[in-house]
Design a protein. Structure first.
Lengths: 393, 506
């Protein structure tokens, strides 16, 4: 499957006629590596693949302009709620995306959005804009001036690149809005529920917000009658990280965000919906049961994958989040036990740092609280937690 | 959600610029003795037109970089040392071209707050220059106009408890090789100095600690390089910057006391110091110490109490010391640290050493110093010996620089070059627990095993364990982070790829 993408990228390189072939080659190589890493993470399940392709076909069949788009859509192992288009026809939907979606219409909107990126060649346009920006006469003149400077050229270069990156992220945001608008048009031709579909944007915003009170969840999860929770495990040492971390401007924060500008995008789509009255017809939805099953399974699969990839602190976070949302499944409890055992073993052989993140002032607040908790545990504490948690299963 | 990473493209272009980064200095950021972060000073790129870009990274206690800032400095500025105090960083520079000494103070946000020049006469410039800069560096500067410092030690610039900094500057005072203590605060353009005037030809100071607003120093005096060394203890009031006390290590009349640490005792106003002691007539560089001692001195310079623990008599069979202070088990003991903990008890960390005949292959020496095991001594608040424990490690043989020098002089040289196995001690927040770190190297055929060993004491119990190196024959080093954690730095043999990881100790 990747070979097809590779062929298309090689063709792009062959067809490039500009003056900066070396740099273009570099970009293509980088793109290839990124796409290849996605292909290595494809989640194979015939039934879910069929389900996904039926949604894609529903959109294409009702939008004839998309018929010649050579699209390949896959689910990939990634717990982050996101999806992406890589420019040569591949669309990757993270398993974690279903964690925040509630129905097929929402999923269809996201897929439509990615198809729009592909149909409008946004990736190729981004590359061209990057080149046009970087190799424009104005920019090259600034670079030449900067080289003459000698001292201070490093800072000047950083400033120039930062401005170029911010310009590009502004373009990216306009592409996102364009894709939202197109996705809306694509779905309008189908029988998917547009109001529900638009809710997916609101949920992307929520995905960036932590809705868990970690300290309360920890105190509840690890409190046992014969071994009460020790408040010292939550003790947060004073750190200059909290006091001196650099505050990013709103624009920079947004440019670094996984889902930029979601509030404005959601409002924009809502305004489109108001202009286009549509019935609440859900008859297009393929299978509510399949969606519900996927939503549940994908969460567990993501957690299992995190454990396999040695991302133990992230796995524990996902487990606790699921449990705090009311999921009482035995799978989660057993996985939590597995994670605790790994923490014990790795602390014992001094490799815990390869499995558990260190507290970092730039991490989300509640995630940091979990890291502080793990950091405060001694071997004896972990042993006791494992024993008591096992007995209470 | 489009997949093109512009950030990494700009990183690619940045690489094209072939910028170099070289770390020049680093240090701890502490609050009440607890590590809360670190700072690192580095040069970026090469000098241009006599100027160079310098960068400072501030990290938190997990070694995550949380902030960085840059400034430009003259390429002839050679960074001597640095320190942190009260949300400020101080850097001591020596200008190789102009022969000037500067102190620059930055806030942690990167703002230059103060820029002091230590004014010197022409003669002072010459003498200070000789103390600060080695002959190799002078040659490199003369040949290439490069101010380069490959080895740095932050040993003469300190924070003041009330905020601000002070520094020891070795120089000539009244034609004798002595020192000046300078104190400065940010926000003030005033620099206060105290010059130590001595009748001795040589006076070498060492800062040993604070008792509230009093700074204590040990000063080794001698009439000449091969003459007998005497020890004075001076106390400087950090508010008035005046000498409030000076007593001779022979004051008691019985022994010569050489302090190297302060006992933290918040219940007493006395200045309590711990150290080693010698017979009155002994040569401190040649002769063996008699044991460990503690003096309690009042502000008038009177010795209120003195306690001596003789190697052969007072250590209750621990290490089987002979009268000359040599242990039958581990040789002489070099005391690395003496400190007090929260409950008032006192701990001394020592490492055994002995001079032996025979050196390593290809060496010009016929003798070596072998470092043996780590010994931890525990005392009560009155400095009565309570117990001791030996922690074994691999014996390490180091060729002697001088076959005729005494074991003790050679040991002092090893300490100066950081060749002992002992690395550091860490304390928890309330100083009720401590952790000692040291290395152990086992040489094998064509390879070696490196271990970082540690001893963690919790209440009356002590646990010992080790971390082994990942790559055989590779680079392996451990740096102390906050209590209970170390930064492990490893690299395979002949590789420029470095692995770093924060390790939590059990």
């Amino acid at each position: 499957m990747f070979k097809e993408s590779e062929k298309l990228l090689d063709l792009d390189l062959k067809n490039y006629s500009g003056n900066y072939k070396d740099d273009f080659k570099r970009i293509c190589r980088q793109q290839k590596n990124q796409i290849s890493s996605y292909y290595n993470k494809i989640y194979f399940n015939a039934a879910y693949e069929t389900y996904l392709n039926r949604i894609v076909n529903e959109i294409i069949v009702n939008n004839p302009s998309l018929i010649n788009e050579n699209l390949r859509v896959f689910f990939v192992y990634n717990h982050v709620p996101n999806a992406c288009n890589t420019g040569e026809g591949s669309i990757f939907i993270n398993l974690g995306l279903l964690d925040i979606l509630d129905n097929e219409s929402e999923l269809a909107f996201i897929i439509g959005h990615e198809i729009a990126h592909q149909s409008q060649r946004h990736v190729n346009k981004s590359i061209s804009e990057l080149f046009e920006g970087f190799y424009s006469e104005n920019y090259q003149h600034k670079l030449a001036e900067m080289r003459k400077l000698g001292l201070g050229r490093y800072n000047r270069f950083k400033e120039l690149v930062k401005n170029l990156e911010l310009d590009n992220s502004r373009h990216s945001r306009s592409y996102e809005t364009e894709s939202d608008s197109l996705a809306f048009q694509y779905l309008k031709q189908t029988n998917y529920n547009l109001t529900r579909a638009a809710e997916s944007l609101k949920k992307l915003k929520l995905a960036d917000t932590e809705l868990i009170d970690m300290n309360s969840v920890l105190a509840k999860t690890f409190h046992f009658e014969n071994a009460p929770f020790n408040p010292k495990w939550l003790y947060k040492k004073e750190s200059i990280g909290d006091k001196y971390k650099q505050e990013l401007s709103k624009e920079v924060q947004d440019s670094l965000s996984t889902h930029p500008n979601t509030e404005a995008r959601h409002q924009f789509i809502k305004s489109l919906i108001l202009l286009n009255i549509q019935s609440n017809n859900d008859s297009t939805e393929m299978s509510r049961d399949t969606f519900a099953q996927m939503k549940k399974e994908f969460n567990y699969i993501s957690i299992q994958k995190l454990i396999e990839e040695k991302e133990i602190s992230k796995a524990i976070y996902q487990i606790l989040k699921s449990q705090s949302n009311g999921d009482d499944n035995q799978f989660l409890k057993i996985r939590l036990l597995t994670c605790l055992q790994i923490v014990y073993d790795r602390l014992n052989d001094y490799t815990l740092g390869e499995y558990v993140d260190s507290r970092n002032p730039y991490y989300p607040k509640e995630y940091n609280k979990l890291l502080i908790f793990i950091d405060n545990l001694s071997l004896k504490d972990i042993e006791s937690l494992i024993e008591n948690y096992k007995n209470n299963l | 959600m489009v997949l093109i990473n512009f950030n990494s493209y700009s990183q690619l272009k940045l690489k094209d610029m072939n910028l170099s980064y070289s770390i020049k200095n680093s240090g701890k950021i502490t609050n009440n003795g607890v590590i809360q972060g670190f700072y690192m000073f580095y040069n970026i790129d090469k000098p241009v037109d006599g100027m160079i870009n310098c960068g400072i990274d501030i990290t938190d206690e997990e070694a995550n970089v949380i902030r960085n800032f840059e400034f430009q400095a003259s390429a002839s500025h050679r960074l001597i040392e640095s320190a942190y105090s009260n949300n400020e960083l101080c850097f001591k520079f020596f200008d190789m071209k102009a022969k000037k000494l500067y102190f620059k103070i930055f806030s942690l946000e990167g703002k230059l707050i103060s820029d002091f020049e230590f004014k010197m006469s022409k003669d002072e410039k010459t003498s200070i220059f000789k103390y600060l800069i080695s002959n190799e560096e002078i040659k490199k500067w003369n040949d290439n106009n490069e101010a380069d410092e490959s080895v740095y030690k932050n040993t003469n610039l300190f924070e003041l408890p009330s905020g601000g900094f002070f520094s020891i500057i070795n120089c000539d005072v009244n034609s004798n090789k002595s020192f000046v203590l300078v104190k400065f605060n940010s926000g003030s353009d005033k620099m206060e100095t105290y010059a130590y005037e001595s009748n001795n030809r040589f006076s070498e100071p060492e800062f040993i600690g604070f008792k509230k607003n009093t700074a204590l120093f040990k000063v080794e005096n001698s009439a000449g390089p091969k003459e007998k060394i005497t020890t004075n203890i001076i106390a400087i009031n950090t508010l008035s910057w005046e000498n409030v006390l000076e007593i001779n290590g022979n004051k008691s009349g019985k022994n010569t006391f050489v302090p190297f640490g302060i006992v933290l005792d918040t219940t007493s106003e006395l200045l309590k110091m711990m150290g080693t002691y010698y017979k009155k007539e002994d040569n401190l560089l040649k002769d063996e110490s008699q044991g460990l001692a503690m003096w309690a001195v009042n502000i008038d310079g009177e010795i209120v109490s003195e306690k001596y623990n003789n190697w052969g008599q007072d250590f209750k069979g621990f290490l089987d010391f002979k009268e000359n202070g040599k242990s039958r088990d581990i040789g002489y003991v070099f005391i690395h640290e003496v400190f007090s903990i929260a409950d008032g008890k006192i701990v001394a960390i020592g490492e055994g050493y002995k001079k032996v005949f025979g050196a390593t292959n290809g060496s010009r020496s016929s003798t070596s110093i072998v470092t043996t095991d780590i010994a931890v001594f525990s005392f009560d608040m009155e400095f009565n010996f309570e117990s001791g424990k030996v922690y074994q490690k691999e014996k390490l043989r180091i060729d002697s620089e001088n076959d005729f020098a005494s074991s003790h002089k050679l040991a002092a040289s090893l300490k100066n070059k950081n060749l002992f196995s002992y690395k550091f001690v860490q304390f928890n927040e309330d100083r009720s627990q401590y952790l000692i770190g040291f290395t152990s190297i086992k040489l094998k055929f064509m390879t070696y095993d490196l271990k970082f060993q540690y001893i963690r004491s919790e209440n009356e119990n002590a646990k010992a364990d080790f971390i082994k190196n990942k790559y055989s024959m590779g680079y392996f080093n451990t740096l102390p982070l906050q209590y209970g954690k170390v930064l492990v730095i490893e690299a395979p043999y002949f590789s420029s790829k470095i692995d770093t990881r924060v390790v939590k100790l059990k």
